[in-house]
Design a protein around this ligand. Sequence first.
Ligand SMILES: *Cc1c(COP(=O)(O)O)cnc(C)c1O
Length: 343
Amino acid sequence: MDSKSLADKLNEFPRARFAYLPSNIEHMKNLSSALGGPNIFIKRDDQIGLGIGGNKTRKLEFLLGDAISQGKKKVVTFGGPQSNHARQTVAAARKLGLEPVLFLFGEEPQEYTGNLLLDRLMDATIHFIPFESGSKRLEDAVADMKAEALSSPDVSEEDSYIIPVGGESPIGLLGYVGAALEIQQQMETKGLRLDYVVVAAGTGGTVAGLTAGFRLLGTNVKVIGIDVGALWKDFEPSIAASATSTAQQIDPGMTITRKDFILVEGFVGDGYAIPSKEGVEAIRLLARHEGIFLDPVYTGKGMAGLIGLARKGFFKPSDNVLFVHTGGVPALFAKGKEVLSLL
Ligand SMILES: *Cc1c(COP(=O)(O)O)cnc(C)c1O
């Protein structure tokens, strides 16, 4: 469908508006020449306005629009202690006058730093719960977390809006369908063809939403997700399933398969949220060449994936590649010592 029809379709969904949109696209000229090509651009979803920003803000515009239209009073969500998603959810809830409740995985840390410090400052209700990852399918983990939340006295089915980990739901992912549309319009305005969009994949929701958006628009842009967590079993089919259910809200006949996006493994390092050597090198390269800060959990590893692909000749030197900066900088402060030890 054309841009106008997709924009009209997206406007039919309830939406709360708090993001600064469109986010900027910058050409990273120095980084591109340091690597000897391709032409690398960066989309600044890290500077999207709400509470230090990040990719969850786009998802939350649709999720909290839905919560308000259902008359909910509380917003409940999940994540690691340094969850950017949790921090953005609390900020959006506060802005809209909803009560934020968080379930964070693991033991309560001794020190409140980074995102957790910000959650505390925004006065979120915080519970710590056990969590094992690595073997579960995303869908099963989401169902378990929902059951855990509903057993808490702070949560009730009538007045609480429960958001899955990472805002990964068909409604939330409409935010990245909107981002695909925004990207297409911005590149058109610049008179540039776009070949690839690269993004860090945690739940894979952002990859799924962007893929759905570009497929709905009928473009040839290929989305590349860099797996930064190795958190889920059957990750590729679950991204394809999310992309399909996201797209079907707009075009009921659309199916998205694993061939519609590329998932790259091998950039997790020692594990989810543990800084890696390549990730820290990427953080340093962007800081040094562009004055842009990445984070050690997602975007550093995502950019390490892009750099790794460039070095092994995956892109043509003339390709235009857009990296989506999905935010996460507060974790840089929480993991400063580990980052410095890998410099
Ligand atoms: C959540 C997050 C991601 C991953 O997004 P998904 O949609 O869960 O794959 C990437 N970068 C940052 C900074 C994030 O907070």
